[in-house]
Design a protein. Structure first.
Length: 223
């Protein structure tokens, strides 16, 4: 008897996406199961952030469909439930400088109707000694660690990570790799757009094609 594979948690079925009246993503097909990771790479402007925005529901596919548990995420009833599965990390960190480091995580927990994980998450990310400092005191890498602590505290199953390792030192990158691996062990799904190498075991990878031939730069002209 043939083995019946489970339906993917998320399925991108021939998906295209336009931005500014131009097709940025063209006919993408991806099946994502619980515990999987997809790493998106490609040149500047190739569409990595657009891909994540589309998964987050900020941009709609111009063709094809994105299915979650077999349902189109753009249907209003489905989207309300689907968006509660998502945890988004981007270069805009939404950190409130006047609040303490701890409050910056607990505030998100409160919005989520959760509590109790903020301190442990900050400790894991190496910010334990800074919990009572104002967030404006943090360096760039420490701000990124705070964002990652939020992911852990809020604890939603689907992570959409846009350049998560930017500004992290080597130890920070190892921690990032560790929390991604742990999240996947619990059945979580991780999408990562990155220019920097991140070690993610058995990850699927999608390299988006460059959209335009590279223009001549000043260096070419001097040559
Ligand atoms: N706010 C916007 N409005 C309209 N078009 C946009 C906007 N942001 C980006 N685009 C277009 O979408 C294309 C893809 O951009 P996107 O940010 O997805 O690329 P990326 O692969 O994430 O790039 P990078 O490596 O620079 O972060 C860009 O070429 C740009 O023309």
């Amino acid at each position: 008897m043939p083995i019946k594979l489970p339906h993917p948690r998320i399925l991108l079925n021939n998906v295209s996406c336009m931005r500014n009246a131009q097709t940025v993503l063209r006919k993408i097909n991806v099946s994502v199961h619980d515990g999987s990771a997809l790493v998106l790479t490609g040149a500047n402007g190739s569409g990595k952030t657009t891909f994540l925005r589309m998964l987050a529901g900020f941009s709609r596919p111009s063709a094809g469909e994105i299915l979650w548990n077999g349902h189109d995420i753009t249907s209003p009833g489905v989207f309300q439930q689907y968006k509660l599965q998502l945890n988004w990390l981007s270069l805009k960190d939404a950190i409130k400088d006047k609040l303490t480091v701890l409050d910056n995580v607990q505030w998100f927990e409160v919005l989520e109707g959760k509590c109790g994980k903020a301190k442990g998450a900050l400790e894991l990310m190496g910010l334990g000694r800074l919990v009572n400092e104002k967030a404006r005191m943090l360096s760039m890498g420490q701000r990124k660690r705070l964002q990652l602590a939020r992911l852990l505290a809020i604890d939603r199953p689907i992570w959409l990570l846009d350049e998560p390792s930017v500004a992290l030192d080597d130890e920070g990158v190892r921690l990032l790799e560790y929390i991604i691996a742990e999240h996947r062990k619990q059945g979580g799904i991780v999408f990562v757009a990155t220019h920097l190498p991140i070690e993610i075991e058995d990850a699927m990878s999608l390299r988006l094609p460059q959209r335009f031939p590279r223009r001549k730069t000043m260096v070419d002209l001097l040559d």
